[in-house]
Design a binder for this molecule. Structure first.
Ligand code: S3P
Length: 426
């Protein structure tokens, strides 16, 4: 379904967000794995997290809502049920990769499948380390479907990550929970650390490398979870406020995990008026309030070690890049080509359609020049983050614009349009 936007005058108001997608996935994982009852408050209702819930239902977890709280009856370490059909992970890379870490350790066979986009995404990154742990996995040229064959025991490993990826790191650490000896994951460039925080894993730094340990002593117990709001979903509204004149926005109870707020650090370097106030911590995850005001911005150099921290926010940061003084450049971000769509190509195509000057590289792009069209016609490539980023841009163009698929936004934020309506003035 197409959606058309008109230019807005200003942003004003207050927003709260459903639970962070990454933290929500993990709360469903850990509560489902545990023995006994857990509760989850403010769980994300996005399509990706529904994929995780469906997967664990097939493996024996039970879920029901009591008011707005999800009650989970966990499976327990040795009680996973062999699924009676293939496990469909939809569009969700986090579901597929983290779940692989668990299925690889079981004494039954299982197969995971996904939608068209997920079926093209690289899985060698998890197949290789899980194979070193003794997992038996068949695959379609290192892509889905993946079939896991029964194993007697999974072996601990010491593994240095070849790419900075929280999904890969988590898959190995989760498999490590099924042996009493320690698995060690060595991370050179930091990625989001929700798995470590929520499982309270031990870690240390050796020469700037983070070494994270997991073993059966870290296997999750049942717990009560409160999931702070999704900072990645909030990033679109933060940017809209910054780029609209006379605008102000307050975002409450949002995740401010430092491995996720890199885009705010960059926006501040660009001159953004953003203030963060920490108000609490839950299951190791800090949260707080964010105040944003319209700002004049300048493009800055984006250091390569920050890329994993801002990976999901690069589409919306590049929208800021158009309106900020100077040239916007992103490099060392080849991982963007392996997301829900090839995001480098998607961004470059849409920016070119506005007449901006684009140089595309294998690992990023450079953008300069001025917008030459008053109305934007944007392709989403069925990617939620591309759809949200270009919805925001359409609201800022002289005559507005349109996106070709609004529904894909439900992958991460079904509230997106309602939230927009509540804070914009036309
Ligand atoms: C995620 C990790 C990131 C991120 C994705 C969610 C997670 O992927 O892009 O949206 O929850 O662990 P990679 O691990 O592939 O970088």
């Amino acid at each position: 379904m197409r959606k058309t936007f008109s230019k807005i005058k200003k942003v004003n108001g207050e927003l709260t967000f459903k639970g962070d997608k990454s933290i929500s996935h993990r709360a469903v994982f850990f509560s489902s794995m545990a023995d006994g009852f857990s509760s989850i408050k403010n769980l994300s209702d996005c399509e990706d997290v529904k994929s995780t819930l469906n997967a664990f239902e097939l493996l024996g977890a039970e879920f029901h809502y009591e008011n707005i709280e999800l009650i989970v009856k966990g499976i327990g370490r040795n009680n996973f049920h062999p699924p009676n059909k293939h496990i469909y992970c939809g569009n969700s890379g986090t579901t597929a990769r983290l779940l692989s870490g668990i299925l690889a350790t079981q004494n039954f066979s299982s197969t995971i499948i996904g939608d068209e986009s997920l079926s093209t995404r690289p899985m060698k990154r998890i197949i290789e380390p899980l194979g070193l742990m003794g997992a038996k996995i068949s695959h379609n040229n290192f892509k889905l479907p993946l079939t896991f064959y029964p194993v007697e025991e999974i072996k601990p490993i010491k593994y240095e990550l070849k790419i900075s990826s929280a999904q890969v790191k988590s898959a190995i650490l989760l498999a490590g929970l099924f042996n009493e000896n320690k698995t060690e994951v060595i991370e050179i460039i930091p990625s989001r650390d929700h798995t470590e925080r929520m499982l309270n894993l031990d870690y240390e730094f050796q020469n700037d490398r983070k070494i994270i340990y997991s073993s059966s002593k870290n296997y999750p117990y049942n717990s009560d979870y409160y999931i702070p709001g999704d900072i990645s979903s909030a990033s679109y509204f933060i940017v809209l406020t910054l780029l609209c004149p006379n605008s102000e926005l307050l975002i409450k109870n949002i995740s401010i995990n430092p491995t996720r707020t890199g885009f705010i650090d960059i926006l501040k370097l660009m001159g953004a008026d953003i203030f963060i106030e920490e108000t609490g911590i839950s299951n190791g995850e800090p949260y707080g309030n964010i105040f944003v005001k319209s700002s004049d911005l300048k493009n800055v150099e984006i250091a390569s070690h920050l890329i994993p921290n801002i990976i999901d926010e690069i589409p919306i940061l590049s929208i800021v890049g158009i309106f900020a003084e100077g040239v916007f450049c992103i490099r060392d971000a080849v991982e963007l080509r392996y997301k829900e769509t090839d995001r480098i190509s998607a961004l470059c195509k849409n920016f070119q359609s506005l007449g901006l000057d684009i140089k595309e590289f294998e690992d990023g792009f450079e953008m300069s020049g001025k917008i030459k069209k008053n109305f934007g016609e944007f392709k989403t490539f069925n990617d939620h983050r591309i759809a949200m980023a270009f919805s925001i841009l359409a609201l800022l163009l002289k005559e507005g614009g349109e996106i070709d698929n609004a529904e894909c936004i439900n992958i991460s934020n079904p509230d997106f349009f309602r939230q927009l309506e509540s804070i914009i003035q036309t």
